[in-house]
Design a protein around this ligand. Structure first.
Ligand SMILES: Cc1ncc(COP(=O)(O)O)c(C=O)c1O
Length: 397
């Protein structure tokens, strides 16, 4: 690089309009770090998932945690328009957010409804709670009675996940009680698999426990939809499809287990990008970032990017992850800081201030998949996209 002059251009502001809070005075001020959401890819993934199902099987799009970091409101609307039948969220707040954005479909709260005073809001916003205990069933019936309303709910059975739900044994006691309720109406019975992608034997065991509960409920002439399958089970266990499947990860173009790529073609829905906002040439022996974990071994061109662990770009990526600049892989050097990272761009011809940088996604022929970052961090793809923080605007394409 000796002798070559660094090109210092004005930072261009030509990335697409950001999806910021429209009421905010800040809407015209764009820190150049953003996530792009590819609606077409999402629709295509939903189509590919549906092709694995029976025509009668309904699809619940799991859009909790801001659609795994991808924009819950937009993708909920897209999912419902493109073949999904209902939505799954984690909390009452997430359900209310969708209702406030004019989403009318059934919304199942997959997570906790505690404290039970919140049942008022569930009724007010016409959300569907999950009942996981006698206590919550009782509270639901009492509140619905007091408000003179009928409330639909799904019963959760813990067949081996060990998280929430009544046990199959308790189902024997609770189902006859459910059959007698006046204000609470059973709409669904479901369970959740813990190892559907990796352990068919244990999944079969969970399935047989679930089937015994379903059989009993039918014997009591209860009418309900049964559901169990997540993304992994959609691909691995046809017998678990029942009346509804609940898919999250695959909608967003990510694969739920090693080898899933052979079973379904999915397109990434999210790309995470930023721009070079500072660039410098430094001599050999220069210390980069906190704790001096990286010292340049030769003269180096260092680019600074406005993204850090407060955006969800994990500190574990320090000295390990790569980004794409002008279609080339460049190493993150030194510690990831709260708001900035440094990358070695020495080998990128023509590298300039303002160059677009890809953290997740494709540039030229190179790709950085979510899974690559997950491997570096010793985690799963879910955690990487869910962790992209609120301060990174999502741009809808
Ligand atoms: C109860 C429940 N059902 C379905 C899903 C969707 O799982 P996946 O994203 O693997 O499809 C989740 C996700 O964590 C869940 O908690």
């Amino acid at each position: 690089m000796r002798g070559k002059r660094l090109q210092i251009h004005k930072i261009s502001n030509n990335h697409p309009k950001l999806n910021c809070n429209p009421n905010s005075d800040l809407k015209h001020i764009n820190r150049p770090t953003w996530v792009e959401i590819h609606t077409k890819a999402f629709k295509q993934n939903l189509k590919s998932i549906c092709s694995k199902l029976n025509k009668k099987t309904r699809v619940m799009a799991v859009v909790k945690a801001n659609a795994y970091g991808h924009s819950a409101v937009h993708l909920s609307k897209t999912a419902l328009k493109s073949g999904a039948d209902l939505l799954g969220v984690s909390s009452i707040e997430e359900g209310i957010q969708l209702r406030q954005n004019k989403i009318k479909s059934e919304i199942l709260i997959l997570g906790s409804i505690y404290p039970l005073e919140n049942i008022h809001s569930i009724i007010k916003y016409n959300l569907t709670p999950t009942v996981s205990s006698f206590l919550s069933l009782k509270a639901l019936e009492q509140t619905a009675k007091r408000l003179k309303k009928r409330i639909k709910f799904h019963l959760k059975v813990d067949t081996g996940m060990g998280r929430v739900g009544i046990s199959p044994k308790e189902a024997v006691r609770i189902l006859p009680q459910i059959a007698k309720l006046k204000n609470s109406v059973l709409e669904g019975i479901y369970t959740h698999f813990s190892v559907a992608g990796t352990d068919p034997k244990y999944t079969k065991l969970q399935l047989s426990r679930f089937n015994s509960v379903v059989k009993l409920a039918k014997k009591l002439h209860l009418k309900f939809a049964a559901h169990a399958a997540n993304s992994s089970a959609i691909l691995k266990s046809k017998e678990s499809h029942f009346d509804i499947v609940r898919t999250g990860l695959m909608l967003y173009g990510m694969y739920p287990f090693y080898g899933a790529r052979k079973k379904i073609d999915l397109l990434p829905v999210l790309a995470w990008k930023t721009k070079i906002t500072f660039i410098k040439r430094v001599p050999k022996g220069t210390s980069i970032s906190y704790s001096r974990t990286y010292i340049t071994k030769k003269p180096t061109i260092v680019a600074t990017l406005p993204v850090g662990y407060a955006d969800g770009y994990l500190r574990r990526f320090s000295n390990r992850a790569e980004v794409l600049v002008r279609g080339r892989r460049c190493k993150v050097i030194g510690r990831v800081t709260m708001d900035m990272i440094m990358v070695d761009v020495t080998k990128v011809p023509g590298v300039s201030l303002g160059d677009e940088v890809v953290l997740i996604g494709q540039q030229g022929r190179e790709k950085i998949r979510v899974e690559e970052l997950a491997n570096i961090a010793g985690t799963i793809n879910y955690e990487i996209t869910c962790g992209i923080s609120y301060r990174v605007p999502r741009i809808i394409n």
